[in-house]
Design a protein around this ligand. Structure first.
Ligand SMILES: CC(C)(COP(=O)(O)OP(=O)(O)OC[C@H]1O[C@@H](n2cnc3c(N)ncnc32)[C@H](O)[C@@H]1OP(=O)(O)O)[C@@H](O)C(=O)NCCC(=O)NCCS
Length: 231
């Protein structure tokens, strides 16, 4: 007897950095039959768990492109650095999570070639995972120390998520390995984020902005970086 696929829940969010699609598959079984044949062929080369989240990300990405009426007739594979490889005139980013049986994928898309984008999702239920030591700069650690103890895990996960989104937006521009220590991020309650860069000599500061929101048990962060950098 074949299992019945779970019904995905889809949400469209118009965010400051682009159109965002979040899709949740309660049974963790995204149906990749609507993807480009080249994407299905690529997914077939992946281990089953990775294939499921990769397919989930590409479904969210294609849904977001379709909502913006951006037609992408080629397979969306990946750059050599791992970012989604989109045709000129489109920018996009993907994040996904497997939580128990559930798969959640989020995609952020915008038209035009002036910016690169980043998106990250974190599940607030995963607050048990303490990523702090690896992720926080000294200034961020000091700030976390000032918040109530029961908020510290959340505030840490938020900063981690912002840095993941920022990384996805800046890596295609910098094309250099950077550490979590190069950016101190200061999120405000209104969803904006100040970013203080401390880049290695010779690396030009990217023009990047980031935003965050708490939505349906998810920390949802986005970033946008201008392709033309100031000296
Ligand atoms: C690349 C990275 C951000 C992925 O994050 P993750 O939490 O493992 O996974 P997510 O589901 O959120 O994101 C995965 C997606 O990121 C995207 N991605 C991977 N490498 C990327 C890159 N170099 N640039 C842009 N996007 C990238 C891909 O779309 C990938 O999904 P796909 O392979 O299915 O297409 C993470 O592994 C990493 O290297 N983090 C380091 C960040 C860092 O150094 N920050 C410091 C700067 S402040």
């Amino acid at each position: 007897m074949s299992a019945v696929a779970s019904k995905p829940e889809k949400t469209i969010l118009q965010l400051a950095h682009g159109l965002c699609v979040v899709i949740r598959w309660p049974g963790g079984d995204p149906d990749g039959s609507g993807l480009h044949p080249g994407e299905r062929a690529f997914a077939a080369t992946l281990a089953p768990r990775r294939a499921r989240i990769w397919i989930a990300g590409r479904i969210a990405l294609r849904e977001a492109l379709a909502r913006l009426r951006l037609s992408c007739e080629v397979a969306i594979l990946s750059t050599e650095r791992g970012a989604p490889l989109l045709p000129a005139g489109m920018a996009g980013s993907v994040s996904h999570k497997a939580v128990g049986d559930e798969i959640i994928a989020a995609a952020l898309v915008a038209s035009g070639s002036a910016f690169t984008l980043g998106i990250d999702i974190e599940v607030t239920e995963a607050l048990g995972v303490d990523v702090g030591k690896k992720v926080l700069t000294a200034a961020e650690s000091a700030e976390i120390e000032r918040v109530a103890p029961d908020r510290r895990r959340f505030e840490t996960l938020l900063r981690f998520s912002i840095k993941e989104a920022v990384f996805k937006a800046v890596d295609p521009i910098l094309r250099a390995k950077i550490s979590f220590q190069v950016a101190t991020v200061l999120p405000s309650n209104d969803g904006t984020v100040d970013i203080e860069w401390r880049l290695p000599p010779g690396v030009t500061r990217p023009e990047t902005e980031a935003m965050w929101k708490l939505w349906n048990g998810l920390i949802l962060t986005t970033a946008r970086s201008a392709k033309t950098r100031s000296p």
